[in-house]
Design a protein around this ligand. Structure first.
Ligand code: ADP
Ligand code: MG
Length: 139
């Protein structure tokens, strides 16, 4: 089934000018980038985006980091986009990420791990809506 997922290139990666290299891995893996923009979250927006993690010990550092510099937000389309993009991203802790994954290649630490991808169809829909309006998604 062709589906859509939401992706973010995180501040550690935009700071190191890695957007093009990460997009190259995304496109080489067969995803179409059907919407994309560079933006920067306020601390409040980051707290809202990661609300599901609000009771975790890393929540404050995560939200500070995610609002510290610009991000690139994207909608990706592919067969099984949600699970296939999770595979391409690699494990949350880059030490555990498989060779050939974005996080193995580029992540600095468990927090500064270069990319975000939705984990289920409901979260993909909600996360796309958080950043994009219908007219910005061009298919
Ligand atoms: P993923 O991004 O792989 O879906 P989670 O949803 O569990 O991972 O966590 C969201 C983000 O919070 C991670 O991508 C990472 O930036 C940060 N994070 C997760 N677990 C930890 C941890 N144990 N220590 C520090 N930061 C973490
Ligand atoms: Mg997650």
């Amino acid at each position: 089934m062709v589906e859509r997922t939401f992706s973010m290139i995180k501040p550690d990666a935009t700071n190191r000018n890695l957007t093009g290299k990460i997009n190259s891995m995304i496109e080489s893996a067969g995803f179409r980038i059907i919407a994309q923009k560079k933006t920067r979250m306020t601390l409040e927006q980051a707290k809202k985006f990661y609300e599901v993690h609000k009771d975790k010990p890393f929540y404050n550092d995560l939200c500070k980091f995610m609002s510290s510099a610009p991000i690139v937000v994207q909608v990706l389309e592919k067969e099984n986009a949600i699970s296939n993009y999770r595979t391409l991203m690699g494990a949350t802790n880059p030490y555990n990420a498989d060779a050939g994954t974005i996080r193995k290649e580029f992540a600095i630490s468990t927090t500064e791990n270069s990319v975000h991808g939705s984990d289920a169809s409901e979260t993909a829909a909600a996360e796309i809506k958080f950043f994009f309006s219908e007219i910005e998604i061009v298919g």
